[in-house]
Ligand binder design. Structure first.
Ligand code: PEP
Ligand code: MG
Length: 568
């Protein structure tokens, strides 16, 4: 048995597919026969072209013509006479291996493109890297895994899954996934909950102990993984799976009901989404709004920035799909574990403390303005609210709002309709923001507490690092005190306070948050009905009386025990 961090509930039983690591090293080697090496290079180019043509066709049929253009452009790079000529010359004159020659010529080309003024041409550097990497992998005999088209039902086991890997998973065939790295709030874990796929992350030794085609079974709620289990273990987990499914079924009775506490305090139970495709889960689980639309996913898995029109269409689709219910769209929160390769952001020692989110947007105003214009235009079609991530100061809000005002003026001049009174809020996910939330509340229409980051910054624990994950706890008294401060400061200024970090859907903490007066709880869509069940069975007034006691408890363990004793 292996143990990891429970990341997404549900029981999974099935065959393993190991996601192979793709890192490779390109060594310079001397070849004895340059002509043979050139033949090998030509063969790799044509194999790559065939692969790309297949992908292009599949994309055309399943995603769209426009998306397929990327692969057509990649094929054109492969046919670039200048590039091919240079590689062959280098193999010939320096008797060097093809992979090395290609990597050298590629770097030369990339630096030329990167120096170009034109943003479009600049972005072609990422395309060149993509295509040449594909050829190099063929030359080195490294197989690339395509997890988006699988033949059978499998459980993916990987060292790591990036958010974009997770987005590409074949949703029909992937029963679950297990990763060696990551924590319960790394974005692949969050996405698993959105997709309602059972997942365990931070499983030390997973790749050493699990092999392709092994049969594994696990419960995404407790993080215990059984490798090639015996029959009694399989039966035990199947029973758990049945119980889990029965409980989920029973929650469906709550669809269409209000989220009102025992003493009739109404709250809003909303869902977090990453793409317009997640709307289906939001509607199925009867969420009362979208409390967090992580817009950065629109920017991933592609080679260039999404245009204003493309963004407008995505935001409009969500706004219309929610039929006037609130939709909080967060502006680009790139950085941390969410990389966007074509932006070529510098590699940093501490990406979670680095150039990310609003910091990038206030610097790259071109990117920010495009998004704000798209958001404003979409606001005409539903109840959109704009939210800025990673705010640490009043100045940042003022700067962001000034850019927003500029965009409003532009749209007015262009006679394009938008909601003049669109609500603007911020995420409270940095301790500094929580501490000065009385000041920040004067600048905005709402707060949404981002506990995923707030925990990591408050207790100084990287949310992705499984070896210190025992310190990453939402029960830490410091976190609870900060949350209470933020709610009180927001209310004192007359603004509503929500929460879109994973704590909002934590069954143990929902009663406490209710007692603190939280107005909106936004979580994975799959958690909404259970949260409604808890709210309905809790008295806000009774919980409110306990908050002082809870905030004076000394340790996270004491908080947990206090909560457990409330349950009996
Ligand atoms: C958070 O930090 O709590 C949050 C909701 O944002 P993200 O998880 O995308 O960083
Ligand atoms: Mg965050």
């Amino acid at each position: 048995m292996l143990k990891g961090i429970a990341a997404s509930p549900g029981v999974a039983l099935g065959k393993v597919l190991i996601k192979k690591e793709e890192t490779f090293e390109i060594k310079q080697e001397t070849v004895l026969n340059a002509t043979e090496e050139i033949d090998k290079f030509n063969a790799a180019i044509s194999q790559c072209e065939t692969e790309l043509q297949k992908i292009c066709q599949h994309t055309k049929e399943n995603i769209g013509e426009e998306e397929a253009l990327i692969f057509e452009a990649h094929i054109m790079i492969l046919q670039d006479i200048e590039l091919l000529k240079k590689v062959k010359e280098m193999i010939q004159t320096e008797s060097t291996n093809a992979a090395y020659a290609l990597s050298q010529v590629r770097d030369e080309f990339i630096s030329i493109f990167e120096m170009m003024e034109d943003a479009y041409l600049k972005e072609r550097a990422a395309d060149i890297k993509d295509v040449t990497d594909r050829v190099i992998r063929i030359l080195l005999g490294i197989q690339t895994e395509d997890l988006s088209h699988l033949d059978e039902h499998v459980i993916i086991v990987a060292k790591d899954l990036t958010p974009s890997d997770t987005a590409q998973l074949d949703k029909e065939k992937v029963i679950g996934f297990i990763t060696e790295t990551g924590g319960s709030t790394s974005h692949s874990a969050i996405m698993a909950r959105t997709l309602e796929i059972p997942a365990v992350v931070g499983v030390k030794g997973a790749l050493e102990n699990i092999k392709d085609d092994d049969f594994i079974a696990y419960d995404g709620d407790d993080g215990c993984i059984y490798v090639n289990p015996d029959e009694s273990c399989i039966n035990m987990l199947k029973k758990k799976q049945e119980e889990y499914n029965t409980f989920k079924e029973s929650l469906k009775q709550l669809i269409g009901q209000n989220s009102i506490s025992k003493d009739e305090i109404q709250v809003e139970l909303a869902a977090n989404i990453g793409t317009p495709d997640d709307l289906e889960g939001v509607l199925k689980n009867d969420a009362e709004g979208i409390g967090l639309y992580r817009s950065e996913f629109l920017y991933m898995d592609r080679n260039n920035l999404p245009s204003e029109d493309e963004q407008f269409e995505a935001y409009k689709k969500v706004a219309e799909g929610m039929e006037n219910k609130p939709v909080v769209i967060r502006t680009l929160d790139v950085g941390g574990d969410k990389e966007i390769n074509y932006l070529d952001l510098p590699k940093e020692m501490n990406p979670f403390l680095g150039y990310r989110a609003i910091r990038v947007c206030l610097d790259r105003k071109d990117i920010f303005k495009t998004q704000l214009r798209a958001l404003l235009r979409a606001s005409h079609y539903g109840n959109i609210k704009i939210m800025f991530p990673m705010i640490s100061s009043v100045e940042e809000i003022r700067s962001a709002k000034a850019i927003l005002s500029g965009c409003k003026k532009e749209l007015q001049n262009e006679n394009l309709p938008f909601n003049q009174n669109i609500e603007v809020g911020i995420m409270i996910e940095i301790p500094a923001a929580a501490v000065i939330s009385d000041l920040l509340a004067k600048e905005v229409d709402f707060f949404s507490i981002g506990t995923n980051d707030l925990i990591q910054y408050t207790v100084a624990v990287d949310r992705m690092n499984q070896s210190i994950s025992y310190l990453y706890t939402p029960f830490h008294p410091a976190l609870l005190r900060l949350i209470k401060t933020v709610i009180d400061n927001g209310h004192n200024q007359g603004i509503w306070v929500g929460m879109c970090g994973e704590v909002a859907g934590n069954p143990d903490l929902i009663p406490i948050l209710l007692g603190m007066g939280l107005d909106e709880f936004s979580m994975s869509a799959g958690s909404v009905l259970k949260a409604r069940y808890i709210v309905k069975n809790t008295s806000q007034a009774i919980m409110a009386k306990k908050i002082d006691d809870i905030l004076n408890l000394s340790t996270a363990e004491d908080v947990k025990q206090y909560i457990n004793q409330l349950k009996v």
